[in-house]
Design a protein around this ligand. Sequence first.
Ligand SMILES: Cc1ncc(COP(=O)(O)O)c(C=O)c1O
Length: 423
Amino acid sequence: MHDYLHQWVIRNLVLAASIGLCGFALLSDQTSAGPSSPSMSSDSGVCEKEEDCFQAAAMPKERFGKALNKEQVLLLKLDRLQRVMERFPATIWAKRAGVLSGVLLLERNPAVAIQFLRAAQRDLPVLDDYIRLWTGEALMNLGNAKQAADMFESIPQAVPDSAGIPKSVRDDMIIAPFNDAEAVDALVREHKDDLAGVIVEPFQRIIPPEPGFLAAVRKTTADNGVPLIFDEVVTGFRLAYGGAQEYYGVVPDLCTLGKVIGGGFPLAAIAGKAEIMAHFDKSKVGDENYLVQIGTLSGNPVAAAAGLATMAILKRPGAYERIHATGKELMAALDGLLRQAGIPAQISGEPPLWDVVFTDQKVRDYRGTLAGDPELMRRFNLLLRERGILKGESKYYISLAHTDDDIAFTIDAWKDAIKELKA
Ligand SMILES: Cc1ncc(COP(=O)(O)O)c(C=O)c1O
């Protein structure tokens, strides 16, 4: 746990530096000249503008004189940050100075660190996750392991959903919250030199991307030279013939495809830009850059034939219009029935794939789905099964095979199940 935390904190320092808290590098004994000197009259800490004061606190250590040891530098920095907070209490610089002071004090005086961090948290929502981590670190230093754990748990982390996943896999990943373009941008900019790629389900389980989210992820990955990969195993050929990338109008560098592409047979594919796909071809990239992609059933002819037949059907005019119309009708019907019954619920998804979440909160990320009432969901699914609707734990998948009779049958089953749910 501690190793992991340590990595996080290092990461946080770098991230914070990248988004404007430019003082963090000072702790790392760096010897480069650093940014040009702000207008400080001397090391006495007199500065005219708040930005200059803040920058002054961020200068590398040799600007304070070679004679100072680490502890003295720390005290000087804290003193200067304190001045920023006192002189410009209502400004964003003061808030940043508060966060920076908190981070500097993590080990030395964790109780005071927490005060600084908490005071600045409300005004720096973009740093919320990081402030929670730093606060967690300070709580650990104070010996409040349980409170610290609560803090850490509130930050998105890689959590294995199955036994058998090595810790090393988790440590190789950074998790960003879905639908939070600012957080993705900050993480990508911070880690651009280490990231092999950014992988995202463009429509996450049952959560649509908010307007602009995928475009923002596309922009930051392109700007920072990091490949963008869409996991379209579920969405490919489902939301539209061209998958989520056609439906939402954002094209990744690579995508994975499965499920619909095989029409129920075991088939999957990777698709993408020619320059990346070339790595599967030794004659194009040479031995060193060749990526082996073979499997016993890869390109299985029966599955490929099933996939081609499925595509021929999906290409027929009106196929997707019909799937969307069926889905829309069912979504609206269930929404109406639950409202009438006064059961707090959100219908979340796109017409070809969606579900209900029993919560009164809007669902915008994975944690939002966890806010749903699982017991209500379990009972609802069970009641539906007893009425002839075989639904898994989650998600309604709409198919071209669904007829008007199927729609009517489903709506009747919902009516009956909701009545029972309320009884
Ligand atoms: C979004 C998503 N990606 C990947 C997979 C795994 O695909 P496969 O079963 O082809 O390994 C699944 C499986 O359900 C999935 O839902």
